[in-house]
Design a protein around this ligand. Sequence first.
Ligand code: GYE
Length: 325
Amino acid sequence: MKRLICLILSLLLLTGCGKSETEQPEEEKLIVVGISQVGAESDWRVANSESMKSVFTEERDYRLLFEDARQIQENQIIAVRRFIQQRVDYIVLMPLSETGWDSVLQEAWDAGIPVILVDRMVDVEDDSLYAAHVGSDFYAQGRKAVTWMERKFRNSSEAVNIVHIQGTPGSTAQLGRTNALEDGLTAHENWNLLARLDGDFTQAKTYEVMSRYLGTLPPEQGIDVVYCENDNEAFGAIEALERYGYQCGTDVNVICFDATRNALKLCMEGKIALTVECNPLLGPLVEEIIQTMEAGQIPQKQHYIEEKQFTSRNLTQQIIDSREY
Ligand code: GYE
């Protein structure tokens, strides 16, 4: 009797328990997406991760493998190699900095796994190593800030004293926003760069470097602009400036990028003069690219998104309330 039961069970297993031959087990129907995220250094980054996680869910037929690199590029390279070993269907990479990607992207290409770049770019010799890029034009964002400064100081022949707080060195967001300011400095003789500090896109580091810097300044030193390469740097800079008795919005014009809800609030209060929008909600666009490839088509290589800019003049409470990030 035992033998008979075993035989029936084995037969059932062999025939797939009566399922038709074309039907696949649940797991195999899911599109497997491996995401290598930079870290969680800013409000922008957290919103970007949330956007990806809300799109790539099992209910929507995806299996998501999400790796946070904690701001270390080596961790991203390890994650991408792991995704290749796991034979994921797509790799989504938010590269920390632009260089150092040729070998690992070549490995993904050799394994036939498309790589979609999100947010920042990579500097590789062969751009067929990635399928598409979705992100912002960071130089254009920087130009918006520089144009605002040009208008603000157009009638002033006196020195415009600027403190520049940079983002993670070598990242596309840093390079584009820095280059735009550099061009502004070259174009305007009276724009005077007081200092260039590395805030690494974080509030804590910016508070630290800014406090240290302000501590070295003579009390009469005026600062007209603090050009922060993201909102979180602006939060840290404002804290430090206030600690040293500067009035943000009256003495100092703090400029930043992202336009997250907390920055919009400070802008409405007048402490931030300008925040240039950088949209982190890129999950739906990445999904569109994946679906294009699933349909056997070639996706558009470059996707830039429309972005605005905010000052206390065009901000409303309604805009702040409806901000998703
Ligand atoms: O502005 C900043 C972040 O690369 C666009 O990185 C991104 C930047 C963003 O940490 O907040």
